[in-house]
Design a protein around this ligand. Structure first.
Ligand SMILES: C[S@@+](CC[C@H](N)C(=O)[O-])C[C@H]1O[C@@H](n2cnc3c(N)ncnc32)[C@H](O)[C@@H]1O
Length: 314
């Protein structure tokens, strides 16, 4: 991702009505650290549920994904700190499987960290980090190797897309991979609305800081003068649609200036649409798989059925 793409996307979002910013830009160096703190917080149930699946059903997951003895590549889309995938990689390494791990992330600091840290976690692991956008880097991985692909897309990152974007993304992913390749997609399931809302409005205010950090990033990288104390973090959950959305609300009328002379005006209580974290039913998941051509394989759940890791095959 170039600095120009970042700038164009930010301006496009702030000049549109309603204003919006893409949550993929949350993850600069400080954003990565804040996200790790979110994952460690008690309110963010997603991580515990997903960790339970990966740590307690490792062998079954590894078997369901590997299908056969041929060498393969593991592509992890939006790898983050790769805590969960480490269980799988250790399992494959211990069983003598021949594979290379390609973590993909828009955060280049995360990719540098993983290239350095993963061989310490999984001795002799072959790692090739790819910094950039999901699909661009899937394409790059195909140029680098023709082996069978196992694709991991964890953390319910699929829920950050609007539904039509999720279909579009999965259809493109389907077109990129080969027959026999497998995909594991993590989905956060519909549950008690209070519990969902709390995960995005934690008692320590980490999700608030995570959202406000994007305004600070814009200040640092585009020379803007956002005063973050003039914005309030406001998440909502709609149990009819399963959409959990985070907004930043301008508390006063204000004009934000950028170093190139651009000015963005906010009315009092005008919102910036920051992030969608969509929740799914099992029927939703099956429908998404079918509509994009994937064949359903085993689904894995935590003991509370908060979360589902769905395996699909092309
Ligand atoms: C919600 S975190 C999930 C991290 C990890 N997969 C997990 O489950 O803990 C999303 C990760 O995807 C990365 N990311 C977000 N949008 C991306 C994009 N369009 N292309 C590549 N990486 C992206 C972020 O930098 C972040 O590390």
């Amino acid at each position: 991702m170039t600095q120009n793409t970042f700038k164009n996307d930010i301006y496009e979002g702030l000049k549109s009505n309603p204003k919006s910013l893409s949550s993929k830009y949350f993850y600069d160096e400080k954003g990565d650290i804040l996200f790790q703190r979110i994952m460690a917080s008690d309110d963010y149930y997603l991580t515990n549920a997903d960790n339970e699946i990966f740590s307690e059903q490792t062998q079954d997951l590894a078997k369901a994904l590997q299908t056969g003895n041929e060498p393969f590549d593991v592509l992890e889309l939006g790898a983050g700190d790769a805590t969960k995938s480490t269980y799988l990689l250790q399992e494959w390494q211990n069983s003598g499987a021949d594979f290379t791990y390609y973590p993909i992330d828009i955060s280049s600091s995360m990719i540098s960290y993983l290239e350095n840290d993963m061989p310490k976690r999984v001795p002799n692991l072959k790692v090739h980090g790819l910094a950039g956008e999901y699909l661009e880097q899937v394409r790059e991985a195909h140029h680098l190797s023709k082996r069978k692909k196992v694709i991991l897309f964890l953390g319910s990152s699929i829920g950050n897309f609007e539904l039509h974007e999720a279909h579009n993304f999965l259809r493109k992913l389907y077109d990129e991979i080969k027959t026999g390749d497998v995909v594991l997609v993590g989905f956060d399931l519909k549950k008690n609305p209070h519990q969902i809302l709390k995960a995005y409005n934690d008692s320590e205010g980490i999700t608030r800081d995570f959202n406000l950090n994007l305004l600070e990033r814009i200040n640092n990288e585009l020379g803007a003068n956002f005063d973050v104390s003039n914005f309030e973090h406001f998440p909502i959950y709609n149990p009819l649609t399963g959409a959990c959305r985070s907004f930043l609300i301008s508390q006063i009328p204000q004009t934000v200036q950028f170093s190139d002379g651009t000015e963005i005006h906010f009315n009092a209580f005008e919102a910036i649409d920051m992030e969608l974290s969509q929740k799914f039913s099992i029927e939703d998941i099956d429908r998404i798989a079918m509509r994009n051509g994937f064949e359903k394989q085993p689904y894995f759940y935590d003991s509370n059925h908060y979360y589902c890791n769905a395996i699909w095959k092309k």
